[in-house]
Design a protein around this ligand. Structure first.
Ligand code: HEC
Ligand code: HEC
Length: 363
């Protein structure tokens, strides 16, 4: 009985020590864990269908159906540890480029696999780093990039730029007010002088007026030094603000306006062909959508898109899916207006007959 109690006391003391050591050594790690948890959640929503829950091949329901090259094994430590955090970040946050162009294939700094989508236009920079951190854990690693440092730097740069902006604005406003007051005083003095001159000599009147007009024109063109300084500072402020917002907030576009999609009959074929090439070679839509037996299963099959979907809707959807359905798994791939027009024209050509048996839905 006594021995047992003694043992319990020893055990509870050990437990206290273990907890204390953990609390001291993991002070910062607790914060990182929160980020990793966020990364896991995002990974499960946006990546798992292709890369699998643990990053292994053939795990995600879409893996089998992907065209080559299929996703590599993200849990394979030897190969994955050759990539830096920044390289992984750049892969998931790049601009999509047309992979039929030799210069794109030759660019060593560019990851030219169209069926690996970009998340640059879907997630905030902070979220992207969280995903990179989670990908690291899949092969037993951890993020070494200093996200907190970058966050602090961007935030303080933004705050400093804001202060500089406000100060420069105040200086400019004061200088402008001073100039206005001086001009008013001078105008008053001139008026008085004119009145005196009028009494002296009526013929001089015209000339005086002309001189005054010229002077005013000159003054309008020259900016005050405070105005010039403000313009520069305002530009820096806008850039610092954009960088900070890009870090902390998801990209948001203003709503995409309804486009006029009428196409000259003579230009139609070229546009459709361009759209087809963009669909496969630039935006890798086939990684997620199937046409016939070919292509992924993440999104609906598009065999009959030309019958089922309205062009205007398609155009707006491909340009800004999150604007139409907030948490859709389809990322915004950064299509500009000409590319969206071409892809829309191509989808309109997809008019396969009704299938005999319904296409199975992904799990
Ligand atoms: C539509 C399927 C698909 C989705 C969704 C997808 N990937 Fe990929 N991913 C690929 C393909 C295809 C490759 C290219 C083959 C390869 O190198 O692994 C790839 C490659 C990668 C690589 C290796 C990069 C390299 O240089 O080889 C990483 C890392 C990666 N993906 C991370 C992610 C993350 C993180 C997400 C989610 C935010 C994601 N992927 C979503 C298909 C996908
Ligand atoms: C990472 C996977 C992914 C990629 C890449 C992708 N999509 Fe999608 N797409 C989806 C998902 C998922 C949906 C279903 C939307 C929803 O309800 O959330 C969808 C929906 C659609 C729809 C509506 C289909 C319908 O029947 O309602 C169209 C059209 C479409 N995508 C076109 C495209 C085009 C064009 C591209 C290439 C520019 C593309 N998608 C790239 C995943 C993807």
């Amino acid at each position: 009985m006594k021995g047992e109690q003694g043992m319990q006391r020893v055990l509870s003391r050990v437990a206290v020590v273990v907890v204390a050591v953990f609390a001291v050594t993991s002070g910062c790690a607790l914060f990182e864990d929160e980020r990793t948890a966020k990364g896991r959640k995002l990974y499960r929503h946006y990546c798992m269908h292709c890369h699998g829950e643990s990053g292994q091949q053939q795990e995600g329901f879409n893996w089998e159906r992907m065209p080559d090259p299929r996703p590599r094994d993200l849990s394979e430590s030897e190969a994955m540890s050759t990539f830096s955090d920044e390289e992984i970040f750049n892969t998931i946050s790049r601009d999509m480029r047309d992979t039929t162009l030799q210069e794109v294939l030759d660019d060593e700094n560019y990851f030219a696999v169209s069926t690996m989508p970009t998340f640059k236009y879907t997630l905030s920079e902070e979220e992207l780093w969280a995903v990179v951190g989670y990908v690291r854990t899949l092969h037993g690693g951890s993020l070494t990039f200093d996200v907190e440092g970058r966050k602090a730097e961007l935030e303080s740069r933004f705050k400093a730029a804001e202060t500089a902006h406000d100060q420069a604005k105040q200086a400019m406003d004061e200088a402008l007010a001073k100039q206005e007051a001086e001009e008013a005083a001078r105008a008053e003095a001139e008026e008085e002088a004119e009145e005196e001159a009028e009494e002296d000599d009526e013929d001089m009147d015209m000339e005086d007026d002309e001189d005054a007009d010229l002077e005013e024109e000159d003054e309008e063109e020259i900016l005050l030094p405070e105005e010039e300084a403000y313009e520069k500072v305002a530009e820096q402020f806008e850039a610092a603000k954009a960088a900070w917002e890009n870090f902390s907030k998801r990209p948001r576009m203003t709503q995409i306006a309804r486009p006029d999609l009428t196409v000259e009959e003579t230009e139609k074929a070229v546009l459709e062909e361009k759209g087809k090439s963009l669909y496969f070679n630039k935006y890798g839509c086939n990684g997620c959508h199937s046409i016939g037996d070919v292509g992924g299963l993440v999104g609906p099959a598009l065999d009959r898109a030309g019958f089922r979907l309205n062009d205007t809707w398609v155009y707006r959807w491909v340009r800004y899916p999150q604007g139409m359905k907030k948490h859709t798994r389809m990322p915004n791939l950064g299509l500009d207006d000409p590319d969206a027009r071409a892809v829309t024209a191509y989808l309109d050509t997809l008019r396969a007959p009704k299938p005999d048996k319904p296409i199975p839905l992904p799990e």
